[in-house]
Write a protein that binds this ligand. Structure first.
Ligand code: NAD
Length: 444
């Protein structure tokens, strides 16, 4: 496996300037829309085979990114005039502007848990005028096969190519020189990606996970909180980067909260026979979650009535009370297990969150404005939802990304476009400005 030819092909195409054409980019995005739209069922079936859940909504959400690109591209590619024309070095007749310039050949590496939507940075990279190689996760093998087979039917590999494979193939790919790498996955592998990128000074966007806390304040509406937390742990079997990882609350709230959480889980009915209820993705992850529970020193407060089934990869939801330092508070769980940690006060909970790695999402349930404000100001995370979980990640036009251990850089909508763009400052002198402005697209 030698990927140098593919990268060379894409780089030559990029250098030809063909991807600069805005109408051409819209055509590419339209092909992406056709590819996803005409193969919605095929992709959804593949996701079902990998994860035992429907994937239609995920494919549709991914299509929205391409549709938005088509709609907004004229606006996004417009150079921005810089109005402070006169300073120590420039004079009135000089023209100053910022030109959004595509970067070149981009590598997008995606995970298995939401294989389609987590691949969507490839759409932002194409919108920004780059060529892209997408490497889907080998763990979601059916999705990887499906996207690989349709990509070559819809788009020329000099613009967009899908490379299948696992660690050996990714390692080989990373030996190539890319102009940007966008990796979605776990923080351990992110270190491998970043050090490979460092060799060529390639910028990286890292979309990672972490331990997303849910702080339940003493004023919280527990029924509402429990329902929302349970959705986050049951949907996709808790395998969501923004899923609530653990609860932190005071002794006064714990028992009533557990009662509500149990009610909320039981409302799902028979989780095992429900054909829409996702499974743990594979037996390795099933064993990993099982080992976390087994080695935890926590006290089991609730276990869903149904045995864990390794063959079927069904893992019953459970709630444990844990102490600081417990294994369940160390690793990202990424499964339907919910630890609860007791602290003495709201402030102590904030302190606990501050003392640990910055998560991708942080959640607080409270009826008190001051507590909400304190939480927003004094905890650092990729994003916050107040009186809900995960919702800040689902809003259409807001940026998405982590901070610290949960990642770096932004994806989605215009933020994604900018991630794969160099904003190039340009000064044109000797009265050549107006002509140049026409050429670079002010008149688009
Ligand atoms: P994974 O195992 O599928 O790995 C992700 C990608 O990295 C795959 O394409 C895989 O082939 C590649 N990879 C794995 N090991 C590698 C290595 N040693 N060298 C080079 N490439 C390698 O997925 P995962 O990491 O299990 O995914 C789950 C993690 O992703 C969780 O931590 C989750 O929170 C995070 N996640 C984050 C987001 C986000 O948007 N921030 C979204 C989804 C998942």
């Amino acid at each position: 496996m030698d990927y140098s030819e593919l990268v060379h092909l894409q780089r030559e195409y990029f250098k030809s300037g063909a991807t600069l054409c805005v109408e051409g980019r819209k055509k590419v995005l339209q092909r992406v829309l056709d590819m996803l739209g005409e193969n919605k069922q095929l992709l959804s079936d593949a996701i079902y085979k990998d994860l035992h859940r429907d994937g239609i909504l995920e494919v549709e959400k991914t299509m929205e990114e391409a549709a938005l690109g088509i709609k907004k591209l004229d606006e996004w590619v417009k150079p921005t005039p810089f109005t402070i024309a006169e300073d120590r070095f420039t004079v009135g007749e000089d023209e100053l502007f910022i030109v959004p310039e595509p970067l070149g050949v981009v590598l997008v590496i995606s995970p298995w848990n939401y294989p389609c939507i987590c691949s969507a940075p490839f759409i932002s990279a194409l919108t920004a005028g780059n060529t892209v190689i997408l490497k889907p996760s080998e763990i979601g093998e059916h999705f990887a096969d499906a996207i690989h087979s349709i990509a070559e039917k819809y788009l020329d590999k000099k613009i967009f190519a899908v490379v299948k494979g696992g660690i050996p193939e990714t390692t080989e790919l990373l030996k190539q020189h890319f102009d940007h790498i966008c990796y979605t996955g776990n923080p351990q592998v992110a270190r491998v990606i970043m050090s490979a990128a460092a060799k060529n000074l390639t910028p990286v966007t890292l979309e990672l996970g972490g331990k997303n806390p849910v702080l339940i304040a003493e004023s919280a509406d527990l029924t509402d909180a429990a329902k929302k937390i349970v959705i986050g742990k049951v949907a996709n079997c808790g395998q969501i980067c923004l899923a609530p990882d653990y609860i932190i609350t005071t002794p006064k709230m714990k028992q009533a909260l557990v009662t509500e959480l149990v009610k909320a889980v039981e409302e799902y009915g028979d989780l095992k026979s429900n054909p829409e209820n996702a499974r743990i993705v594979n037996q390795r992850h099933f064993d990993r979650i099982g080992a976390l529970v087994e080695k935890s020193q926590g006290k089991l407060l609730y276990k869903y009535d149904g045995e864990a089934d390794r063959e079927d990869k069904f893992f019953p939801p459970q709630i444990l009370e844990v102490n600081q330092g417990d294994l369940l508070l160390k690793e990202e769980i990424f499964g339907p297990v919910l630890p609860i940690l007791e602290v003495n006060s709201f402030d102590e909970a904030i302190r606990y969150i501050q003392d640990h790695d910055k998560p991708l999402g942080a959640y607080v349930f409270t009826k008190c404005e001051c507590e909400a404000e304190k939480f927003i100001k004094h905890t650092s995370s990729g994003g916050v939802s107040v009186n809900d979980v995960m919702i800040h990640g689902s809003t259409r036009l807001m940026p998405f990304g982590g901070v610290g251990n949960s990642g770096m850089g932004r994806i989605k909508c215009e933020w994604g476009f900018k991630t794969f763009t160099h904003e190039k400052p340009v000064v044109v002198r000797n009265k050549l400005g107006p002509q140049v402005k026409k050429l670079v697209g002010f008149e688009n």
